[in-house]
Design a protein around this ligand. Sequence first.
Ligand SMILES: Nc1ncnc2c1ncn2[C@@H]1O[C@H](COP(=O)(O)OP(=O)(O)OP(=O)(O)O)[C@@H](O)[C@H]1O
Length: 533
Amino acid sequence: MSSTDSIKATHNDVPAKLPFLRQVNRRLLTVLALLATIMFFRNPAALTGAAGCFLFIALWSGVPLRHMVKRLLLIVPFGLGAVVFIPFQGAGTPFMEIGPWTATQEGMDSATVILLKMVCANVLLTYLLFITPLFDLIRSLRSLGVSAIFIEIIGLMMRYFFLLKEEAASMVSAQRSRGLELRGWLWSRRTYKRFGELLGVLFLRAFHRSERIHQSISARGGFSGGGMSRHHGESIQGGGSAAIEVRDASYSYGGSNIEALRGVSFTIERGVKTVLMGPNGAGKSTLISLLNGLEEPSSGEVQVLGKRWTRESGMRLRQRVGVVYQDPDDQIFSTSVEEDVAFGPRNLGLPESEVKERVADALRTMGICELRGRSPFELSYGQKRRVAIAGVLAMRPEIIILDEPMAFLDPKSRDDLQAMLDELHGLGITLMVATHDVDFAAEWAERVLLLKEGRLLAAGTTDLLYDDALIAKADLHLPRLARPFRLLHGVKGLRPRTVQETAQLIWKLMMRGPGTSAEEDEEARKPDVRRGR
Ligand SMILES: Nc1ncnc2c1ncn2[C@@H]1O[C@H](COP(=O)(O)OP(=O)(O)OP(=O)(O)O)[C@@H](O)[C@H]1O
């Protein structure tokens, strides 16, 4: 069970016991009012009494004592850090001396008051968060008139809180499976060192993730300050016939000598289904950033939809070229599925009726209408991926680029996704899929781009995927359906792409014996042949 699942389960299991606090709005208002009130308290005894009352209510409402103690312990270092110098500031009755410094009685009282306020606030917020699903909490904030931007920021912070928590948990369990000993950790210097390393890696991961989510928000107009108006005057089908034209493009990441792309040239016509393939580090993601206008080539030229775009004009390009990133958690950031899908169209400045229509269309195309009111925190990986694609679809782009869309999907979801890609293609959208999946590429694509170490090895039809030498050079392997034919004597050049084509070739081999050749292979591919898997 993931942490979000457990939180959800806890919320469902523990209803608020005070009847008037059953409604989230009232609960939220009550807690906010209590928080505001205790801020005016100056008396340590009164604050201690208040903390005791809040603690009693929280425990009575079902918050486990262990959970409460854990939360309180969490604030101890911050609380002490915040108040430790207060007793030594200002004049007053001397209380104690540490070296040249004198703590005063008045200073000690101020520090105690601040610490007690922190405890009160922590108990109240723990109570609120424990008995209220976060999504409901945010919905209530919205209904209380808190600004949308503020809520989006809270949503983002919540998203990262859970992601970081889950990443930290998975890193600790990975380390434990490799011998990290947590028993007696208090006394072990080695464990402290290991935790320090883990913390560093966690921050690095968080940094990279925030970079990706920033890209994703920016791609959907999130930082345009409302200036991302729809290109009304701009012809959707403007420019030449090519959707993408890359000429001798190179790219190096700033501060590194690594040339992620070196003199890459290719053209993709509109409406063509293309796969971008290559081993890890080949430059696929970098190329996607160039095509989406997030980066500009260091040299050479990238033209998308007949225009050369700069990083500044890239915002308008991203209305027309949608990118679906590999990890949907990098892309989903709003507090409900509907909000998330509506994020891009709202940034286009469209009227609310059109936003709603686009959202409904995108959800329908992705088959996730029933998820519209759900929190993205509660979705499975496959569902999140659909939401991410719906978010891009709602922008009505002319080109959609998907980075490893099949990764981590179960077989049924893969088939669904492939069918959905065909549906999008039927709508006239130019599709480019970066993938390592040769079987999918062979069956689905019309055009193949093979990259390695930043260079374009080859560009052409799916026949490239059956070229043993080229495939080996690109660190790929032959499509599975073609492999058995390689073992048969006298059978050459067969390139079955689907199970249906393979069955036909096997049937022909059985009827005629070895000698079935590339011509018969072509025969099996004729349009009247219904494709199956
Ligand atoms: N932010 C960065 N800073 C410096 N170098 C980078 C950065 N991102 C990628 N690179 C380097 O650029 C090269 C191409 O990386 P890229 O991520 O484009 O490859 P990829 O084909 O998408 O790989 P994968 O299949 O593993 O996702 C690699 O050598 C990589 O180390």
